[in-house]
Write a protein that binds this ligand. Structure first.
Ligand code: UDP
Ligand code: MN
Length: 251
């Protein structure tokens, strides 16, 4: 790819873009949970900026990084990023996106449905032979309106290590009578960049009991009790970058 002008994708600082000649289909914020996967992130940014512009979105890319080396908690850093973005930016649709997921078919539109139809955009992943593995899968790429994300009180803050927070979100959707919709398998296709499996970090003795109480817990576990310290924030050329210390109630 050539350097100079082409390299910044005509973005506003912080990885924001809107169509010049028409009203955008949607104002979208894409939140990427992140730690120590720079090669993935670089590839992600170069893959998606051209696609989102072809889709004529008004969009902003937000990288939410967990500070330190403690156990990862994807729910906490995604909630923190949402809350900080809500203070600073205008958007009506939010997308949570793993850094290692590369879309293959750009007819898969990064736009919201309505407040009762969250969209799971990534049912067909190469690693799983492009088949959906569980009916309640919402990990990978998940799209919903800001109102719905607020209605379910965001993600749970309680899942440390690998797994659980996405399955918990599925339960939250059930509780508010929202129905997950998906593109056809031919459209919702992704390559997952290879990485070491973190499955061994899973702690099922914690995950399984928590999942049983998702629906009663959701109103007091999520955005409403989110606790974090902003360590760093910056408008980079290709994205808005936050680093959050989320161990505020542990130390
Ligand atoms: N992640 C990260 N660094 C880590 C662990 C996780 O950036 O050390 C982020 C990244 O966006 C990743 C997502 O969390 O895609 C889910 O983690 P992972 O890819 O390990 O889970 P799996 O592939 O098993 O769903
Ligand atoms: Mn992955």
């Amino acid at each position: 790819m050539s350097k100079a002008a082409g390299e910044n994708f005509n973005l506003d600082p912080g990885g924001h873009w809107s169509p010049r000649d028409c009203a955008a289909r949607s104002r979208v914020i894409i939140i990427i949970p992140y730690r120590d996967r720079l090669a993935h992130l670089t590839r992600w940014l170069h893959h998606y900026h051209p696609i989102f512009q072809r889709q004529l979105l008004e969009y902003r890319i937000v990288v939410t990084e967990q500070y330190g080396t403690g156990t990862f908690n994807k729910g906490r850093i995604m909630n923190a990023a949402f809350l900080e973005c809500r203070k600073a930016f205008q958007f009506d649709c939010v997308i949570f996106h793993d850094v290692d997921m590369l879309l293959e078919n750009d007819r898969n539109m990064y736009v919201c449905g309505n407040d009762t139809t969250p969209k799971h955009l990534s049912p067909a992943v190469d690693k799983f032979r492009y088949k959906i593995v569980f009916d309640n899968l919402v990990g990978g790429v998940l799209v919903m309106t800001v109102s719905l994300f607020e209605e379910v009180n965001g993600y749970s803050n309680e899942y440390w290590g690998w797994g659980g927070e996405d399955d918990d979100m599925w339960e939250r959707f059930l509780e508010v009578n929202a129905t997950v919709v998906r593109p056809p398998l031919a459209i919702g296709r992704y390559k997952m960049i290879k990485h070491k499996s973190r499955g061994k970090e899973a702690n099922y003795t914690i995950i399984d009991p928590l999942l049983k109480t998702s629906r009663s817990r959701m109103h007091h576990d999520g955005l409403s009790n989110s606790s974090y310290r902003i360590v760093y924030k910056s408008s980079k050329p290709l994205y808005t970058h936050f680093i959050f210390d989320i161990n505020t109630d542990k130390s």
